[in-house]
Design a protein around this ligand. Structure first.
Ligand SMILES: *Cc1c(COP(=O)(O)O)cnc(C)c1O
Length: 367
């Protein structure tokens, strides 16, 4: 699905030098690379405060801890998404309230928010799924009306723009991940939080560092969540290429859509006018119950394709006793049976893509 080795080889000299610098200095934790990278990414995103942490899931947990929610408070999440947002909600004793997503763009459906609201609703977590921003205007407007915090999960959409702003920089707190296969990926785990709010930034920094402002003086209950210097060094190199990487993915996505859009029974990704698309995933809807057969057909020719995500939140055992259900989750349930993500990455070759498209066409011709 990705070619991290091929991507590395093109920038090997820079990466090797940056990593060697960390090893030479032995400042593996909180080295100057971490501050430097945080400043560079904050500049790129045009956000005043960017706090690195150990991974994207930690970022979400720290964000909710910084909002000082009480057990039993409710947090609204999309039902069709990666597990991390709902998981940290549950871990903190909060109640995940899943809402449905839009058939067009797989993102949280703003019209579903009102029905999910209760007097206990404290936050909403829009996830910018597959590389495209959620429809933030109606979500932010709704949240403001009810005095609800907005925590964005931008783990799949770093660099995407929503009108003039960057994904992850529109709500109270934005979270992202530098997992290797993410659009800005390191060589291990990493994550970050973004905020415009100075006070929240101070709380986030403290919580990520054992709740302390001064060493051994613990004002808040915190955790230990750091981006290490080696990962920061890698990320600082790769940040320079983030837009070029997004452009390469975008071009690959256009080629897929041109080749596949005429096939009856396949729906290509929709690009919304309010967001750019950085194509973390290129995700088809395969209609008429044929998704799994197509996946098997591709696998037989050595073509990987992945199902993100096969089961919505409301059907997951881990959440059965803690979620509060409000409205229908029809799109989430149906999309879980239809979605198929094709390989898309910066090193994807034209011939490889042609082969993938030919195999997909062949499947529909012969069946
Ligand atoms: C990857 C991802 C995360 C979690 O990131 P980790 O760094 O793996 O903890 C959270 N949310 C979404 C939508 C993701 O894709």
């Amino acid at each position: 699905m990705v070619d991290l080795k091929g991507q590395y080889l093109k920038i090997k000299d820079e990466i090797d030098a940056a990593m060697a610098e960390v090893i030479e200095s032995s400042a593996f934790i909180n080295g100057p690379q971490v501050t430097r990278f945080a400043a560079h990414l904050a500049g790129y995103l045009d956000i005043p405060h960017l706090i690195p942490c150990a991974n994207g899931t930690d970022a979400l947990q720290i964000a909710l801890m910084a909002l000082d929610l009480k057990p039993g408070d409710e947090v609204i999440v999309p039902a069709f998404t990666y597990v991390a947002p709902a998981e940290v909600i549950g871990l903190l004793g909060l109640v995940p309230v899943p809402v449905d997503v839009d058939w067009r763009n797989f993102n949280m459906l703003p019209q579903a928010l009102e029905q999910a609201y209760s007097s206990k609703t404290r936050a909403v977590i829009p996830v910018h799924l597959f590389g495209q921003s959620a429809p933030m205007d109606p979500i932010l407007e709704w949240a403001q009306k009810h005095g609800v915090f907005v925590v964005e999960d931008a783990a799949q959409a770093l660099g995407a723009t929503h009108k003039e702003q960057r994904a992850g920089c529109m709500g109270h707190i934005g979270c992202t991940s530098f997992f290797p296969s993410k659009n800005l990926g390191c060589y291990g785990d990493g994550g970050a939080l973004m905020t415009k709010d100075f006070k929240l930034a101070e709380r986030i920094k403290m919580i990520a560092n054992h709740g302390q402002r001064k060493k051994y003086i613990h004002e808040l209950l915190g955790c230990n969540s750091r981006l290490d210097s080696l990962q920061a060094a890698v990320l600082d190199v790769k940040l320079k290429y983030l837009d070029a990487y997004a452009a390469a993915r975008y071009a690959a996505a256009q080629r897929y859509t041109a080749a596949l859009r005429e096939i009856e029974g396949v729906v290509c990704p929709v690009e919304e006018s309010y967001s750019s698309h950085v194509y973390h995933q290129y995700t088809l809807r395969v209609l008429h119950g044929r998704r799994d057969d197509l996946k098997r057909h591709l696998a037989a020719s050595g073509i990987p394709a992945m199902i993100y995500y096969p089961m919505p939140l409301n059907q997951q055992q881990a959440f059965a006793s803690i979620i509060r259900l409000t409205g229908t989750l029809e799109a989430s349930e149906q999309l879980s049976k239809e979605v198929l993500s094709l390989p898309i990455h910066t090193e994807l070759k034209l011939e490889e893509q042609q082969l993938i498209c030919e195999q997909i066409k062949r499947f529909f011709q012969n069946n």
